[in-house]
Design a protein around this ligand. Sequence first.
Ligand SMILES: *Cc1c(COP(=O)(O)O)cnc(C)c1O
Length: 351
Amino acid sequence: MAVSQQRTTRESDNIYSKMDWNKLGYDVIPTDYMYIMKSNEDGTFSNGALVPFGTVQIEPHSSVLNYGQGLFEGMKAYRRADGEVQLFRPKENAMRMQVGAERLLMVAPSIEQFVDAVKQVVSANKRWVPPHGKGSLYIRPLLFGSGSVMGLAPAPQCTFLIYTNPICNVYKGRTSPLSLLIHDTIPRAFSGGTGGVKNIGNYSPIFQVTKEAKGKGFSDVLFLDAKEHKYVEEVSSCNAFIVKGNVISTSPTLGTILPGITRNSIIQLARDLGYQVEERKFSVHELLEADEVFCTGTAVGISEVGSATYSNQRVDFNLGANTVTQKLYELITGIQTGLLEDKNGWVVKID
Ligand SMILES: *Cc1c(COP(=O)(O)O)cnc(C)c1O
């Protein structure tokens, strides 16, 4: 895959010099370098390299353009108060990409190749990791069928590409908690489908309902199961949790729920704090009676949910300083940004 229209160092420096880290939002801000590696005929990957950020050329016959054969990952690099940069559980993303690749009949980089590539691209773009407390460098690894096929078939060649983009802290940047619209007709995933992997094709089918919900003033959509339209699954790009007394519950990852790394970390941290955490199916009615509801994901970290609306009925949840959500938020962001000790060996520093 040839890279055309590479950005020059001067163009990058010019954009960088105009960055106002206090006004960081969720905009497209390409950084200096991206990473590209392609598969060989035997299914292995080699010769990965950093290249200046730019557009890529792609074959019209490629399976990603025609059949949506592609996956993405999402991770972040955080700047510690001492200026150092660190990643959070990058091996988990590498393993998840391998599981997804198997589902979509793609070959994937090894765990070592994935983690090494992420380290390289973050190191090369280190100046774009926002100052401590101002945000993070979002890392987007992609894996897609770049080889040409005629007819419905997996690509003979796959491309692994990583780009990065600085973003703000969603939780701190938002002035109000999430207000969710619970959709009871359109599901996000179905049994036997690809909801359990970060298949690129999972996301555009929900643009319509999320846009409609946002148009009505909601922040996002909470989806229910496809069969009975009764059990809580997740939000468009984050996992959902409910809190009732000392019990924290989240839906099990049995194929329709994306196994979030933040989800997994929160389950562990909450258990360490003495909460009873249950991975089990629970109905929308149980959610409406919860004390607290929160969402987890790399992009949002932990987001407190202020209200949920189901069949035109709105229910409000506990918010603020003394909630379980707040406690878990402080714990996980503290570990991710280096303010708190990482007792689980989750953090990986960048040289
Ligand atoms: C990526 C994603 C999540 C969150 O996963 P993390 O590993 O915590 O970032 C949750 N749900 C969906 C649908 C996702 O795509």
